[in-house]
Design a protein around this ligand. Structure first.
Ligand SMILES: [Zn+2]
Length: 170
């Protein structure tokens, strides 16, 4: 049964963890985004990874990045590359202090839906200073640059996730 046939009450019961502050519009948005991703890439897993992911030796291109290699979706890598070059031009890359994960096989925090990290198409940066729920410590210029390069920042969500930068908005 498709989530589209469920009532608001059923959607919350099915997909939202108790105590999570999320609106009906947001849960619908999250489910729509996942439907799009599954249509385009398929479910996360080994077959998906073999087709769409790679190990990126990121320090070779960006020596300042705090990790040598990142397992990542190839399309996400392209966008991150453009964004990091744009950050470098403005000296904003210096704001990146820690890398806190790209590929992580798990559900979204607070939601019973697959996290974009399961597809390796989201990256967490500076997690210690930008926790889920806020505050956000990245500068406006940093976030705007990421956004202008086509990345989606959790900093702009109602339930802020300032560490989170992704290929899709959800
Ligand atoms: Zn994240």
């Amino acid at each position: 049964m498709s989530w589209k046939n469920l009532s608001a009450f059923q959607l919350f019961a099915e997909y939202v963890e108790v105590g999570t502050n999320i609106s009906f519009a947001e849960i619908v948005k999250h489910l729509s985004v996942r439907e799009t991703i599954i249509q385009e890439y398929g479910q996360p897993g080994l077959a998906y990874q073999q087709k769409f992911c790679e190990i990126w030796e990121i320090k070779k291109e960006f020596p300042w990045f705090p990790k040598d290699k990142v397992f990542i979706n190839k399309d996400f890598r392209k966008k991150i590359t453009i964004a990091f070059k744009a950050l470098e031009e403005k000296g904003l890359h210096k704001e990146i202090k820690t890398f806190d994960g790209c590929y992580v096989d798990r559900l979204s925090r607070g939601l019973k839906v697959t996290s974009l990290h399961s597809w390796a198409m989201a990256m967490d940066l500076n997690a210690a200073t930008n926790p889920l729920g806020g505050p956000v410590k990245f500068s406006d210029a940093f976030l705007q640059t990421m956004k202008d390069c086509g990345l989606y920042c959790g900093a702009f969500w109602k339930r802020k996730d300032g560490m989170h930068f992704a290929l899709f908005n959800g």
